[in-house]
Design a protein around this ligand. Structure first.
Ligand code: ARG
Length: 410
């Protein structure tokens, strides 16, 4: 038996096999008392029985929270405002949920006077980083235990035997070949046949979206309204963030929109293949970026794209509670103050397209842009502009030629 380093541990608990086995394992190996914590991020599982189940499994107390609204307001919307897509594609649903869950674990640890938290992440993934760096950032004195990195239960069968020997309930699900992580903002699926990069993801891997080939024919068009960078209504009907995302997941999922098949660079150094489903996230990011295109000046629009990449990396890398996220978020908030307006999006099988955009803060000036009557652009000024804009290059070329280096000979 490992020395009992901790007396009371708050354990992240989903009711699945790993976290169920973690309860007796931690009690036996650390001799500690266990409190479980379960957060609802919109994973679509019935959590009504989870507290009783945790207590039956050996926890001395169990906390269950609905975190969906907080998840949307404090994590998803800032990510939308920042246009945060990891490596240009992944809308970061798992990565955004972890700091919130970890924060709640820490808060519950404080409430119960616990001296550590525990999570069920493996040693190969990004999620251990997100849990542990969040805990370190918010409560550096708190211990963190990651049983899956050290325990002797190397296979699923060993975990099942361990549970059966102790008479604890384990989920009676058929073993799935995939590892799936789902919440309100999307779904990630990996393992099985997809580990070979050449294989197409099997049809049964997808959880939230219809195969585009089975999607309805034709298309639907929706109008998405934004206020200061946050989506607030569909077709003029104001909705809470959670409802709005649910409705768009439903709609876009039905048309097979939001599937992403991606090979990504993990924090722990390896590349992995993951498929994502992000129906609502796809439409919302698309609409938001469209408003940026019309409401932001060129310099801010370009600069914001660099910030988007850094912001996405911060989320992915698990440093949400580090100082740089705070600094960048101030910029992002400021850059969103005029992103109020509407976009029209046409959704058809496997495809979403912007069909219209408008905003009271639009910087698009039809008079300046038109090639028809009513042109207000002073084309005669273009001549002087060319003169000055091209001046440095003219100067370089003249000097090079004078030294016998004709640019035409390059
Ligand atoms: N690769 C994603 C991330 O690191 C998702 C991780 C969870 N994936 C899973 N299939 N369980 O954020």
């Amino acid at each position: 038996m490992t020395s009992p380093r901790f007396k009371k541990v708050v354990c992240a608990y989903s009711g699945g096999l790993d976290t169920s086995v973690m309860i007796p394992w931690l009690k036996e190996n650390y001799g500690c008392e266990i409190i479980t914590y379960t957060g609802d991020l919109g994973q679509g599982e019935d959590l009504s029985g989870v507290k009783a189940k945790a207590l039956r499994t050996g926890a001395s107390d169990a906390v269950v929270d609905d975190l969906q609204d907080r998840f949307v307001q404090e994590f998803i919307w800032p990510a939308v405002k920042a246009s945060a897509l990891y490596e240009g594609q992944y809308p970061l649903h798992t990565a955004l949920g972890r700091p919130l869950l970890a924060r709640r674990l820490v808060e519950v640890a404080r409430d119960f006077g616990a001296d550590a938290i525990a999570h069920g992440c493996t040693g190969k993934g990004n999620d251990q980083v997100r849990f542990e760096v969040t805990s370190n950032s918010l409560a550096p004195d708190l211990g963190v235990v990651a049983p899956l990195r050290t325990w002797e239960l190397l296979t699923r069968e060993m975990e099942v035997d361990y549970a059966v020997e102790r008479g604890i309930e384990i989920p009676i699900t058929r073993e799935k070949p995939y590892s799936i992580d789902k919440n309100l903002w999307g779904c990630a699926i990996e393992c099985g046949e997809m580990e070979d990069l050449w294989n197409e993801p099997p049809a049964d891997a997808w959880q939230m979206t219809k195969d585009p080939s089975d999607a309805p024919r034709g298309s639907v068009e929706i109008t998405l309204s934004f206020e200061k960078g946050v989506p607030v209504a569909i077709d003029g009907v104001a909705l809470s963030g959670v409802k709005l995302i649910q409705q768009l997941n439903e709609l876009a999922g039905h048309y097979g929109v939001g599937r992403i098949d991606m090979v990504e660079n993990r924090v722990v150094g390896l590349k992995s293949r993951e498929v994502y489903e992000a129906p609502a996230a796809t439409l919302i990011h698309m609409g938001h970026i469209e408003l940026e295109r019309i409401c932001l000046d060129r310099a801010t629009f370009n600069y914001k794209q660099k910030v988007a990449q850094d912001f996405a990396n911060i989320i992915y890398n698990g440093t949400w509670y580090g100082p740089l996220r705070d600094c960048l978020q101030s910029f992002v908030e400021r850059a969103n103050i005029h992103l109020t307006g509407e976009v029209r999006i046409r959704v058809s099988a496997g495809l979403a397209r912007i069909t219209g955009r408008r905003s009271p803060f639009s910087l698009y000036d039809e008079g300046l842009a038109t090639y028809s009557d009513g042109d207000t652009f002073k084309r005669e000024h273009a001549e002087g502009f060319m003169e000055l804009y091209g001046l440095p290059y003219k100067t370089v070329a003249a000097v090079r030629r004078a030294s016998g280096d004709d640019p035409l000979n390059d």
